[in-house]
Design a protein around this ligand. Sequence first.
Ligand code: SF4
Ligand code: SF4
Length: 59
Amino acid sequence: MSVKVNAGACIMCGACPGVCPVNAIEVSVIEVHILDDCTECGLCAKVCPMGAIVVERKV
Ligand code: SF4
Ligand code: SF4
């Protein structure tokens, strides 16, 4: 699995870093990054108002 941010959909609202239990989301002035500490819990994807965060399951 991996967690990706769709930069085109993200409105930089700042909600996702607030819910990440391992502080694996970095919001810079231009984009949101998911860091290597991510445990793929999916909380950020649930809180994103734009549906911009996708947890992908590799098959
Ligand atoms: S999936 Fe969970 S651990 Fe990974 S960035 Fe989102 S909230 Fe943080
Ligand atoms: S919650 Fe969604 S829209 Fe808000 S900063 Fe995070 S990725 Fe962007």
